[in-house]
Ligand binder design. Structure first.
Ligand code: SAM
Length: 242
């Protein structure tokens, strides 16, 4: 692939575009690839990145091993992704993010620190899950500090809605997990309530979960805590045949 094609593919981040575009959980601000970002993409995309394709991912080929796969959605700058991958090396991680600067930042981090159990894609997570991730194939999902879309008229943009929760539940293996953390209390309560109506999921804690030991505190979380927002953790598990 030549450089022009590489950069065009990086900036193609969703299936439905223009008038066909559905309501999205993100708004794209800056899509200009700086010379520094170009160099990082050229250097590391081949080893740590992959592109959208309308076919099931072959995890063994992607990671060169058969470790269980955890998917993080909306990794932001990717600091948590890198740290969790180092702290829990027995898993492979797929990071999905549309924010260009964050994507390039994590790509660089993975390459410079040789973090071999992470692969990342810049594309709408809904499309990636629907088209590339086989049902029942995922060990767990991480969704840390999803955009709260605070205004009532924006709630329809929230990533964690009933159909997305159902999509996640379908993709997780029996016994696998969905782990969400947010500093937006009303959103956290809404997701707890939604999860109670999803028959494929159970909440082993009955309410909010205690924090895990392996998740580092992020800048987002720090800001939330400084504003005295409680940090709520939600841990759901996929139940067997229903
Ligand atoms: C508030 S940020 C949190 C970032 C990070 N998880 C953290 O804790 O610092 C939410 C991120 O989710 C990403 N995002 C939202 N909807 C997405 C989607 N449908 N597909 C991929 N990324 C998405 C946004 O681009 C944004 O970077």
């Amino acid at each position: 692939m030549d450089d022009k094609e590489l950069f065009e593919k990086i900036n193609n981040i969703e299936i439905r575009q223009g008038k066909e575009r559905t309501i999205k959980s993100y708004v794209l601000r800056n899509n200009i690839i700086s010379p520094k970002a170009e160099n990082i993409l050229k250097k590391y995309m081949g080893d740590y990145g992959f592109f959208f394709e309308d076919s099931s991912l072959d995890y063994q080929k992607l990671f060169n091993n058969s470790n269980p796969v955890v998917i993080e959605i909306g990794f932001g700058m990717g600091d948590t992704t890198a740290e969790v991958a180092i702290r829990r090396p027995e898993f492979n991680y797929i990071g999905i993010e549309v924010f260009l600067h964050g994507f390039v930042n994590l790509l660089n981090e993975l390459g410079e620190r040789h973090i071999e159990n992470v692969r990342i894609i810049r594309f709408n997570a809904v499309d990636v899950l629907e088209h590339m991730i086989p049902d029942g194939s995922v060990e767990g999902f991480h969704i840390f500090f999803p955009d709260p879309w605070q205004k009532k008229r924006h709630h329809k943009r929230r990533l964690m809605n009933p159909s997305f929760l159902n999509l996640l539940a379908r993709k997780v293996r029996t016994g696998g997990y969905i782990y969400m953390v947010t500093d937006w209390e009303e959103y956290a309560e809404e997701v707890l309530e939604l999860s109670a109506s999803e028959p494929m999921l159970m909440n082993p804690f009955g309410g909010f979960a205690p924090p895990v030991t392996w998740r580092p505190i992020t800048k987002f979380e720090q800001k939330g805590m400084e504003s005295e927002h409680p940090i709520n953790e939600i841990w759901l598990e996929r139940i067997g045949n229903i």
